[in-house]
Design a protein around this ligand. Sequence first.
Ligand code: GLN
Length: 200
Amino acid sequence: MAATPVIGVLALQGDVREHLVALAAADAVARPVRRPEELAEVDALVIPGGESTTISKLAVLFGLLEPLRERVRAGMPVYGTCAGLILLADKILDPRSGQETVGGIDMIVRRNAFGRQNESFEASVDVRGLGPVEGVFIRAPWVESVGAEVEVLAEHDGHIVAVRQGNVLATSFHPELTGDHRVHGLFVDMVRAKAAAGSR
Ligand code: GLN
């Protein structure tokens, strides 16, 4: 792999543009991914926030769900925010009918978990390895429980909101909306580390 990693943003629905900007700011080459051929050409992928049911249905329609599952299984680094976190969960507690996940993190998530009266809010979140990060939560899920292999990176109000398992990273909140690119930087570091390990 070239020195600068090429990171795709799954561009079926959701806040794609903000992730492209954040990744570029974190020294990656960022490009949208809509087709299996485009997925095959990236070193890593971001799954944006949006609506997890819609993204899952479009992924099936665009023939991307199986290729995505395969690449995640094969160790491609992936970062999911909000709806993206839901798609990376091995299990959804309250899926809509027909809602599929890509999987990759041994966790159970609860959609729209923070409740109606608290649909969107901002809070400072202490992320392991980064310190306080401004968390933008928009109808956000939380992680109900995790398996032994999952590293919990942050909690808010006693609920897990950032996790990592191997090359898969996920946050309930949206760092792409704040102009602070440290979480994307953390992901780009994961992608570089994976590439370095692979080329040894
Ligand atoms: N509530 C949405 C879902 O279930 C996620 C919201 C978001 O990505 N901001 O997919």
